[in-house]
Design a protein around this ligand. Structure first.
Ligand code: FES
Ligand code: MG
Length: 585
């Protein structure tokens, strides 16, 4: 990046409407800020850069963000801006119950109103743990200010008994091994400290890494943002450079809507397939697109994503972890591979550094062809997210083929139904459960309204009696999500969800279900008349249910959209801009 060259702002800075007047209002805005020891010259027309921080000790993945913010701050100063750091709601995936997804929209509201109501000209979004990335991008997109994201970076590889272990993925693997009687509980517990041994986000290609890649693919970060480990000094150089760059973006008025175009989302969809990214991306990209005013539908994932090989051999789909991904060349290496194969739909899409996505990636070195595979030797030949529809999911559902068993992608079996997650937990280990390896496990009432929050329980563990027989995968269907670190032939995000009266609500034990990922279909094999009749009975029974509480939970249940619509609140969709509100006094 070239040294900073000061230039006049392309349009008057927002912050001038707070600090730029020699009157009563200007006095008040400046005077109180000066209690922090800020000299007067900082208020004389410098771009004011907000550093939007999701630091929290309860979000362990973002717990190093004070240091990250400090390096952003240095860059902002160096480029002639003035940094102001502010906290926003921090959604930590590992601790927050019932699920961090429940508060993604709440965090986005915090971000949006914090930006619009404050004297900031542009923002640096410090993002890391899964939901913090979409929440901050959603909030900033609704304001459409110049913004750059800086991710916290992944943890170092986990280590256990001399082997690398991956965040999340190893938990699923080892807990199944305990249930199958292959390892002891003590061996299982001893992996805890080794899995998470440095600052940073999950080191698998889970949702945090996926969303960091999506942010880079969308062009709202500097190149290499996604993969540099959290504790690598180069992560802090990237934070510094992002701090420098955002000052120029403020002066250039390079707002998010110039980056977050339909073309950028199509690039992101293609890149998600190439990295074997999380299914959660389908929900979050839709929500971000909705905020900036880009029409993005589930069918875009089929149209743009299908046919794209998965090149990145990372867990949970493959073998390696984010450390290897960075050392192998990171996301620019993947983009280069796609571009050279003619698989990058929009090479000219603009990115935060002012260059196109292709310009940033065309010469990117690739150092390890096991980790970033050649186009002719993919991990999965077609890794694009599979969208399926049918009478069981009229508005769609998704399957991640790179994490599934190929032979189960077309499957017909009899339903074993769990009415909700408690029902599943109560009965899954029952030796009398009428289930075999060909059964289709169906889990209801875990969608956005049903849980509420749409928990990551879709990859429900297999019945222990089948695990003991050596069964490793079965078709599972639900209105839930699954962790980006999880795997299996799992049909997720069924829309409409059971709680909203989707046909999933009326599936019964023993019904035949046909899944065909190649044809994009998911059918409950009963007649239309019977399905309609079952739904009438279901709706009649709902009137007896109590209303859904009070507080934020009520707001959530009343306003959350279905998975195919990104699970945003209906009243939050759209870009409301960053016009300066009227004075507070
Ligand atoms: Fe925070 Fe995985 S739990 S990134
Ligand atoms: Mg996760």
């Amino acid at each position: 990046m070239s040294a900073h060259t000061p230039k006049p702002p392309k349009r008057p800075l927002r912050s001038a409407q707070w600090f730029g007047t020699a009157d009563k209002n200007g006095f008040m805005y400046r005077s109180w800020m000066k209690n922090q020891g800020i000299p007067d010259h900082e208020f004389q027309g410098k771009p004011i850069i907000g550093i939007c921080n999701t630091w929290s000790e309860l979000t362990p993945c973002n717990a190093h963000f004070r240091k990250l913010a400090e390096h952003v701050r240095r860059g902002v100063f160096e480029a002639g801006g003035f940094p102001v750091e502010f906290p926003v709601f921090s959604n930590g995936e590992s601790n927050l119950r019932p699920t961090a997804m429940f508060t993604r929209n709440l965090a986005s509201m915090d971000v949006e109103e914090s930006i619009r109501g404050n004297p900031v000209d542009a923002v640096v979004l410090l993002v890391g743990c899964d939901k913090t990335t979409p929440a901050l991008l959603m909030g900033a997109a609704s304001c459409d200010v110049p913004a750059i994201a800086v991710s916290g970076g992944p943890m170092l590889n986990g280590k256990h008994h001399g082997k690398d272990i991956g965040s999340g993925t190893v938990v699923w693997q080892l807990s199944e091994q305990v249930k199958a009687g292959k390892i002891t509980l003590h061996e299982f517990m001893s992996a805890e400290a080794g899995m998470s041994r440095s600052a940073g986000t999950c080191n698998t290609m889970g949702t945090a890494s996926t969303m960091a890649c999506m942010a880079e693919a969308l062009g709202v970060t500097l190149p290499h943002n996604a993969a540099i480990p959290a504790v690598d000094a180069r992560r802090y150089v990237l934070a510094h450079m992002s701090g420098m760059r955002i000052v120029d973006m403020a002066l250039e008025d390079l707002t998010l809507s110039k980056l977050l175009t339909k073309e950028a989302f199509e690039n992101a969809i293609r890149i998600n397939a190439a990295i074997g990214g999380s299914t959660n991306a389908a929900i979050h990209l839709k929500a971000i697109a909705g905020r900036i005013g880009v029409a993005l539908e589930l069918d875009d994932w089929t149209r743009v994503g299908r046919g794209t090989p998965t090149l990145v051999d990372l867990q949970p789909s493959g073998r390696f972890l984010m450390e290897e991904f960075y050392y192998a060349g990171g996301l620019p290496g993947v983009i280069r591979r796609l571009g050279e194969a003619g698989l990058l739909p929009h090479p000219d899409a603009l990115t935060a550094n002012g260059a196109s996505l292709w310009r940033n990636s065309q010469d990117a070195p690739i150092h390890d062809e096991e980790v970033i595979r050649p186009i002719g030797k993919p991990l999965v030949p077609d890794g694009g997210l599979c969208v399926v529809r049918g009478n069981l999911a009229p508005n769609g559902a998704v399957v991640k083929p790179s994490a599934a068993t190929a032979s189960l992608l077309k499957h017909r079996g009899r339903a074993v139904v769990f009415e909700n997650f408690d029902d599943y937990k109560a009965r899954i280990a029952d030796p009398e459960l009428d289930v075999d390896a060909n059964s289709v496990m169906v889990l209801k009432n875990c969608g956005p309204k049903g849980y509420p929050g749409m928990a990551e329980v879709g990859n429900m563990g297999l019945p222990p009696k089948l695990l003991a027989q050596g069964v490793t995968d079965m078709v599972r269907i639900s209105d839930a999500r699954m962790s980006g670190t999880a795997y299996g032939t799992v049909v997720l995000h069924v829309a409409p969800e059971a709680r909203a009266g989707g046909p999933l609500a009326v599936v019964r034990d023993g019904d035949w279900i046909a899944l065909d990922c190649f044809a994009g279909s998911l059918q409950l094999e009963i007649g239309d008349a019977e399905l309609a009749e079952r739904l009438v009975v279901w709706h009649a029974a709902q009137t007896a249910l109590p209303a859904d509480g009070s507080g934020y939970r009520k707001l959530y249940v009343d306003h959350v959209l279905q998975a195919d619509q990104g699970c945003d609140f209906d009243f939050l969709v759209g870009c409301r801009g960053a016009d300066v509100p009227r004075h507070s006094h």
